[in-house]
Write a protein that binds this ligand. Structure first.
Ligand SMILES: NC(=O)c1ccc[n+]([C@@H]2O[C@H](COP(=O)([O-])OP(=O)(O)OC[C@H]3O[C@@H](n4cnc5c(N)ncnc54)[C@H](OP(=O)(O)O)[C@@H]3O)[C@@H](O)[C@H]2O)c1
Length: 236
């Protein structure tokens, strides 16, 4: 099914409890989109506040992307809905950002890689059928996922996990070549969130509105692109 032009558009936003994801939900609402946003656990989040403030336009769903059963259950719960954009924002960083890859514990390597690469792709694969045939599938990558731009090192597990995510999206796009969907790997810039930390040069308001504009602009443009918040291609 392709999207109808006269109906309100909907984004399924995975990882919308706080940080960039919650701000993206707010930004899409400002543009009159409806939001199906996911959180983990039962605690009240900022997405719940958005749902209160925008009656009937926000559906709060539950998903831990590292639990394949939860992805299948969400797909089932949403089986009657179709969305214009699926965007998987959920991600994590390594706790000790200065350690080299060889110094990283096996547990930490697995945690970051499983969350940022394997689980994001499982969410894409598991939820893709909810997206209109001419809709958009996006994931939150990072400039740090760029191999070409890695001249300084640092954040090694995190970089590797986002580079792996980029590679897996290339494979996904290759498998769906000829399809109508736009696919996006988004690099939002270094932003002050819990993950980005207080030293980041950008506030959420400097990044998210641009990220949202770039995502919306991809609608109807088939194929995979690795883009920054200004819509420029990031070197792979
Ligand atoms: N901030 C930056 O500078 C920056 C730069 C480049 C890319 N990014 C990427 O942008 C995304 C959002 O980052 P952020 O800065 O907003 O970080 P954040 O404030 O730490 O938020 C992370 C979000 O991901 C969710 N999440 C983490 N693990 C999850 C899981 N297993 N299942 C479902 N949701 C999960 C969190 O949910 P809970 O509330 O339940 O923990 C939260 O909503 C990440 O993918 C990150 O790698 C950030």
């Amino acid at each position: 099914m392709t999207s109808a032009t006269n109906e309100p558009k909907t984004i399924l936003l995975v990882g919308a409890s706080r940080g960039l994801g919650e701000a993206m939900a707010a930004s899409f609402l400002e543009k009159d989109w409806n939001v199906v946003g996911t959180v983990r656990g039962d605690a009240r989040t900022r997405l719940h506040d958005l749902a209160n403030d925008h009656e009937g336009r926000v559906t709060v769903e539950h998903l831990d992307i590292t639990e394949p059963g939860q992805i299948a259950a969400l797909r089932e719960r949403l089986s009657d809905r179709r969305v214009d954009i699926l965007f998987v924002n959920a991600g994590t960083a390594n706790h000790r950002q200065d350690e080299t890859i060889a110094e990283t514990s096996t547990e930490e390597f697995i945690r970051v890689m499983v969350t940022n690469a394997l689980s994001v792709m499982r969410a894409v694969e598991g939820l893709q059928d909810l997206v209109h045939a001419d809709g958009t599938i996006g994931v939150m990558s990072s400039g740090q996922g760029s191999i070409g731009n890695n001249t300084n090192g640092g954040h090694e597990v995190y970089r590797g996990s986002k580079a792996a995510l980029n590679q897996y999206m290339r494979s996904y796009a290759a498998r769906h070549a000829g399809g109508q969907r736009a696919m996006v790997l988004m690099a939002p810039g270094w932003v002050r969130t819990e993950l980005g930390g207080p030293a980041a040069p950008l506030g959420i308001e400097d990044s998210v509105p641009h990220v949202v504009d770039v995502l919306i602009a991809q609608q109807g443009r088939p194929g995979l692109r690795y883009l920054d918040r200004n819509g420029n291609t990031v070197p792979w």
